[in-house]
Design a protein around this ligand. Sequence first.
Ligand code: ADP
Ligand code: MG
Length: 416
Amino acid sequence: MKNHVKNLQTFAVKGKTVFVRVDFNVPFAKDGSISDDNRIVQALPTIIELIRKQARIVLFSHLGKIDYKKTPEEIEKAKAKNDMHKVYLRLKELLPSALPAGYPETEVKFVNATRGEELKNAVEELKNGEVLLMQNTRYEKGESKNDPELSREWAELADAYVMDAFGSAHRAHASTYGVPEILNAENKPTAIGYLVAKEVESLGVCVNPDKHPYIAVLGGFKVSDKIKVIESLLKKCDKILICGAMAYTFLRALGHKTGISPVEEDQLDYAKRTYEEAAGKILLPVDCVIADSFDNPTDIKVVHSQEIPDGYEGMDIGPDTCKLYADEILKAKIVFWNGPCGVFEKEQFQTGTKAVMEACTQSEAFTVIGGGDSAAAAKEFNYADKFSHVSTGGGASLELIENDGHLPGVDIIQDI
Ligand code: ADP
Ligand code: MG
């Protein structure tokens, strides 16, 4: 992997306007409050470093989705729902208390604009060490299309750029790609922030493993989502332990009965071929926890994974599989885990996911979680702190591994 890291500590930006692409795409609870502010918290070290340097800091991020194919009313509704001002209020609470003692006072401002005079004026009014959060970048239709005019307008306001939005680094959008591309061409400095640096370093171990055994645990819902990562991991890993719903596609592909378990029919050939070519590197569950219904399970039992009866569906890995997988994990030096082992949202089917997490935290291995639901499970069951690294990017962490360490939003950053 190329080393793109321009050390933020040597980034000379006093009095300069630095556009920082952060990942403030936080989840919201039903009542509209922020349910997890981890992404804001994770962005603070880079912001604090830029305050220390007395840069003029402009933060920008997307929030949620806005579908421009919908009616004007629906678009307005989506915009109201994804108003960055809600994030601003939380940032305003979090940042001052995170500043180390002796730091200069700072002001955190918000601009309810993404282009034009209002944005320009707000940027111009910034004093050294002040922070300005821009309205949701996806208020601009051109953001997701990497529109050159939009990129140009933002780049013209910036003297320098920092990429710290790991969760968006797999997308070449105006804010993640277009802006740094223009600044590079103008010989203006660009850098990755502390969060992205940590992600690239930790996930880099999973891309270029320096020790073995290296074990990948792959679960979650769809095989089709993870096909490319299986192929990449087979080249690097010693073993891939398959769990979650995707196990049933593999089991069916090998000719076993899977009852009403979720199976991706169009992936059967792929699963069979991959399993055979892997020549023993892919492990499948030997037993499963099954239920008679997904929504209202009344009959729950453990069966051999090759004998799931009609009318039953696999919901979790069984106790023998938990032990088999834990033994592999305990011997490992590196573990990459993506995708829960069962329907962890339901209490009866959490055992497999917990067993894998317990083994990861008992093992001496360098342990990495990549995947939104897997990270949420680790947090919910209080294992997150015990992993070497929990990635903030679901899709981005998988793509980084698939693409041998490369992501557009990281590769565009040049150390000049
Ligand atoms: P991640 O976000 O960590 O990459 P995924 O999005 O691929 O994970 O998958 C998470 C989902 O997979 C969870 O909602 C979980 O309920 C589901 N899942 C895991 N095992 C099963 C199963 N046996 N049957 C149905 N769904 C499952
Ligand atoms: Mg998911």
